[in-house]
Design a protein around this ligand. Structure first.
Ligand SMILES: Cc1ncc(COP(=O)(O)O)c(C=O)c1O
Length: 374
């Protein structure tokens, strides 16, 4: 029998996201819940000629436009098939079997996944019970073989951020380790370390068109880093990983970047409203800088998620993680969509385990006074 690599033999089966989500309210995967602008759909239609579809993609124009959008040079940019592919490319370029990765826990699982496929070992550094994590604790996990550290900022599923002071401490404290700052949700946090790529030789920033830009289906991500780090990655890259339709849509999308900015603004206002509602009924949540909120609804979390699904509202149940039993993560969408979520939740009000006054996470958040749930 032909055997796979040892690292693959040891892999647990991957469970892809649930199918059959079409036509439902998608508050489960932190996507843009209203879709990309109509201009992008029109640009895609223009692409659908037999000549274009039969040609291999050409990258130069898109690279120039996207580099300009991010304020970097084309040498500092790599286009990838989503952030997932960016993560794989980092592993393909820098990870030998036995090499080490440091990640917070919980976090986006794909970092550890591709690192494990490459034969690497991972140390998870847990958030404390108040969902706090310090650079000091992350640095304490670094050893001689730590090739990289992955920091989603904001983090998924917590929505929390490491401060810029902490990120600086990581970059300086582990100068021989790549510090990968995944800014998939940057449009919602408004905070970035992208200008630092010229200052810190060990910094890699990733961005995606899957979230605020609403292009998750097309799979376009970016690696932004200094040219010395970018150069070996370019050598190891799958040459046609990004397709022409993704390139054309992204070029159109950045011309209408105000659309993504307005969407992010609406999401942030609705996030504050949802938190105000959760406060009013005593449901603890983690203050979020992203387009989702992790809430502790209690032991009935799986049943609440199932009953919401029956109403065609999809939310993410995190109870499979032993540290997050009783937690649901709600993606934030438009005002109308959030009202629908609240109407759905109201039906199971008796199943939500209220913790009135008992929790301190709430103290971190301030709210607007006009309520859409009133
Ligand atoms: C932190 C983080 N990074 C990246 C991604 C995925 O991005 P992409 O669609 O570009 O692969 C996700 C998706 O949920 C995420 O939570």
């Amino acid at each position: 029998m032909v055997r796979p690599r040892k690292s693959v033999e040891r892999l647990k089966p991957y469970h892809p996201p649930r199918e059959g989500r079409g036509g439902k309210l998608r508050l489960d995967f932190n996507e843009n819940t209203v879709g990309c602008p109509a201009n992008v759909v029109r640009a895609l239609r223009r692409m659908l000629s037999p000549e274009l579809l039969s040609s291999y993609p050409e990258y130069e124009d898109a690279k120039k436009a996207i580099a300009k959008y991010f304020g970097v040079s084309t040498e500092e940019l790599l286009l990838t098939n989503g952030t997932d592919d960016a993560i794989k490319m980092i592993c393909d370029t820098f990870v030998d079997p036995g090499d080490h990765l440091v990640v917070p826990a919980p976090t986006f699982p794909v970092y550890e996944f591709f690192h494990t496929v490459a034969g690497g070992r991972t140390t998870q550094v847990r958030y404390d019970e108040n969902f706090q994590l310090s650079a000091k604790r992350l640095l304490a996990a670094v050893n001689k073989r730590t090739r990289w550290m992955a920091i989603a900022n904001p983090n998924n599923p917590t929505g929390t951020m490491l401060s810029q002071a902490d990120l600086r401490a990581l970059l300086k404290g582990a100068p021989d380790t790549l510090i990968v700052v995944d800014e998939a949700y940057q449009d919602f946090s408004g905070e970035t370390v992208l200008p630092w790529i010229r200052k810190y030789k060990n910094l890699v920033v990733t961005r995606t068109f899957s979230k605020a830009f609403g292009l998750a289906a097309l799979r376009l991500g970016c690696i932004l880093t200094n040219s010395e780090i970018a150069e070996p990655m370019r050598r190891a890259q799958n040459p046609f990983a990004v397709n022409s339709l993704a390139l054309a849509s992204a070029m159109e999308a950045i011309q209408h970047a105000d659309y993504a900015a307005r969407y992010a603004e609406e999401v942030c206002a609705n996030r504050a409203e949802l938190c105000r509602y959760l406060d009013s009924i005593g449901i603890p949540y983690v203050p979020s800088r992203s387009n989702f909120v992790l809430t502790r609804v209690g032991s009935k979390a799986p049943e609440i998620a199932r009953r919401l699904r029956e109403q065609k509202i999809l939310v993410r149940d995190w109870s499979y993680d032993p540290h997050l039993k009783g937690y649901l993560r709600f993606t934030i969408g438009s005002t109308a969509q959030m009202r629908r979520l609240l109407r759905g939740l109201a039906k199971f009000r008796d199943m939500l385990e209220s913790q009135n006054g008992a929790h301190t996470w709430r103290n971190f958040v301030t709210y607007s006074s006009s309520g859409w749930f009133a």
